[in-house]
Design a protein. Structure first.
Ligand code: SAJ
Length: 434
C-alpha cells in the first residue's frame, strides 16, 4: 500500500477500513477538469478510476491517449495509464473518494442545469462505503452540494448522511471544492493554485482537504459548502464585470473615434487602476456562463452582474456590425478573419465570439470571407458549406482587402503595421498596439 492510501484510511472513520474499495479515488467526468485531475492524482501515487458516459472517451484514455488538447496532458495520461495507476470505466467503482467533475451548462432562460451532477450523485450512492468522501468540483449554483447530499440520503437510508449546519460528521463526508484552473495552464494550476474547500460540516471539509493536501502545493483554505460554491461564482463574475467595463469602453471609444488602447494604456499607469483588455466578446465555458448562476440565486439583486453579461454578449454584435460596415464599403473586397478560438493559443472554439461572428458573416457573405486559424485543420462544421475558405496567413494577406484580428494567437503577433499597409484593419484585441 502506498502513502496516499494510508492517508485516505487515516482520515476516514474506522469503518472505512472494514471493506476494501476497488479504487482509492473515482473521478466522475473525464473532461477538461476531470481528466487532468485524475492524471495528476494517479501520478502522485493514488489508484484512480476515471468514469465517463462516453465509450470512446473510456477507450481513448485506457489506450493512454487524450481526447482533449491541453498542454502537458498527453504525457501525464500516458504515464498514469502505463503505470496502471489510472484506468477509465463506464461504471462507478467503490472508492474512498469520489470527485464529481461533470458539465453544468446553462439551461433555458439562463438557468443552471445541474442534471449531470444529480445523475453522478445517483450513480455514486449505491457504491458508498462508510468513510467515503464525495467532493463536487463542477461549477454549480449555491446549494448544489446539499442537493447531492439529499439524493444520496434518499438512495441510502442505511447511511448517516451529514446535513448542512450539523456539528458532527456522518458516515460519509460531502464537500465542494471548485476547480479554478485556466485552460492552457491546467496541469500547472491544478498543483500550484490555492484551493477553497467547503464542507457540508467542518468534519467533511477536513476530510476532503486531506485529499487536496496530497497533491496541491498552494494553500488549501477550508470553509463551508455554500461559501465555497459562492466563491467560485464570484471569481468568474468579477472577471466578467471587469471585462465588460473594458468592452463598454471600447464601444464608447468607437462612437467617439478615440483610440481605446491608448486610453487604457495611460489610465493603467495610475497606481490603483487596472482596466482589462477589450475583445470581440467573452467566450469559453466559464466566464460567459457562471455569472448567470449567481444571478439565478437572487435575480432582483444581481443588476450589475446581469448587465455585464449583456454588455459582453453585445460586444460580439457590435464587432460583427463594424465588420459588415467595412465589407459594405469595400463593395466586392474580401475580409480575412484572424482566429476562431475563444482566446489566444488554444484550440478550444466553445462559446467563442470569434467563431460566432465568423459564422454569421459567412452565412451571408461566404465567398468574401477568408478564415485564418492555426489551430484548425479544416473549417469547423458551423462554417462548412458557407463558401468561406480556411487559408494561410500569407494567402489571406494577399487576397483580402480587410483584415480583422479576432484572436491574438502568437502566430499572428509578428504582424507589423507595414505588413498590413494597404489593408483596412480592425484589430479587436489591440494586438498591433502591443
Ligand atoms: N477576455 C477578454 N479580456 C480580458 C481577459 C479575457 O476579453 O482582459 C476574454 C478572453 O478572450 C476569453 C474570455 O474572456 O474569451 C475568458 O478568458 P479567460 O482567460 O479570462 O478565462 P477562462 O474562461 O479561460 O478561465 C476562467 C478563469 N477564471 C478567472 O480567471 C477568474 C479560470 O481560473 C477558471 O478556472 C475558469 O474560468 C473556469 O473553469 O471557471
Amino acid at each position: 500500500m502506498n502513502a496516499p492510501f494510508e492517508a485516505a484510511k487515516a482520515i476516514g472513520p474506522d469503518a472505512a477500513s472494514e471493506a476494501i474499495p476497488d479504487h482509492e479515488i473515482a473521478v466522475i467526468g473525464l473532461g477538461y477538469i476531470g481528466l487532468p485531475t485524475a492524471a495528476v492524482l494517479a501520478t502522485r501515487g493514488w489508484r484512480v478510476c476515471g468514469v465517463d458516459v462516453s465509450q470512446s472517451v473510456i477507450e481513448t484514455v485506457n489506450a493512454g491517449r487524450v481526447h482533449i488538447e491541453e498542454r502537458d496532458l498527453d504525457g501525464l495520461v500516458r504515464e498514469a495509464v502505463a503505470s496502471e495507476q489510472l484506468v477509465a470505466s463506464l461504471e462507478v467503482p467503490t472508492a474512498h473518494f469520489y470527485m464529481i467533475a461533470v458539465p453544468t451548462p446553462l439551461g433555458a432562460d439562463n438557468a443552471p442545469d445541474i442534471a449531470s451532477v444529480e445523475a453522478a450523485a445517483r450513480a455514486i450512492a449505491p457504491k458508498l462505503l462508510p468513510g467515503a468522501c464525495v467532493i463536487v468540483e463542477s461549477t454549480s449554483p449555491v446549494g448544489t452540494t446539499e442537493s447531492v447530499a439529499e439524493i444520496i440520503a434518499g438512495v441510502r437510508p442505511d447511511l448517516a448522511v451529514p446535513r448542512f449546519g450539523d456539528r458532527e460528521g456522518g458516515d460519509i463526508a460531502l464537500a465542494y471544492c471548485p476547480e479554478r484552473v485556466l485552460p492552457g495552464r491546467i496541469v500547472t494550476e491544478l498543483v500550484y493554485n490555492d484551493r477553497v474547500i467547503g464542507g457540508i460540516t467542518p468534519d467533511c471539509a477536513g476530510r476532503a482537504a486531506a485529499l487536496y493536501h496530497s497533491f496541491v502545493k498552494g494553500d488549501c483554505l477550508v470553509t463551508n459548502a455554500r461559501i465555497a460554491e459562492t466563491v467560485k461564482l464570484v471569481e468568474n463574475s468579477f472577471r466578467d464585470v471587469n471585462i465588460a467595463f473594458a468592452n463598454e469602453l471600447s464601444m464608447i471609444a468607437d462612437a467617439m473615434e478615440i483610440d481605446v488602447w491608448e486610453v487604457i494604456r495611460l489610465a493603467n499607469r495610475h497606481p490603483r487602476v487596472n482596466v482589462l483588455q477589450p475583445g470581440p466578446g467573452v467566450g469559453g465555458h466559464c466566464i460567459a456562463v457562471d455569472p448567470w448562476f449567481l444571478v439565478s440565486g437572487a435575480p432582483d439583486k444581481a443588476r450589475l452582474i446581469r448587465t455585464a453579461r449583456e454588455v459582453n454578449d453585445h460586444k460580439a454584435i457590435h464587432t460583427e456590425e463594424r465588420i459588415r460596415k467595412q465589407l459594405r464599403a469595400a463593395r466586392y473586397g474580401k475580409a480575412a478573419l484572424l482566429g476562431l478560438a475563444f482566446k489566444p493559443d488554444i484550440d478550444d472554439f466553445r462559446e467563442s465570439p470569434a467563431l460566432e461572428i465568423s459564422t454569421s458573416l459567412a452565412r451571408d457573405l461566404g465567398e468574401r470571407i477568408l478564415v485564418v486559424e492555426p489551430f484548425a485543420e479544416q473549417l469547423p462544421d458551423e462554417l462548412a458549406g458557407t463558401g468561406a475558405k480556411l487559408v494561410t496567413l500569407d494567402a489571406a494577406l494577399r487576397e483580402a482587402e480587410i483584415v480583422v484580428v479576432l484572436v491574438d494567437h502568437t502566430a499572428f503577433r509578428h504582424l507589423t503595421p507595414e505588413d498590413l499597409s494597404g489593408h483596412i484593419v480592425y484589430d479587436t484585441r489591440g494586438m498591433l498596439k502591443r
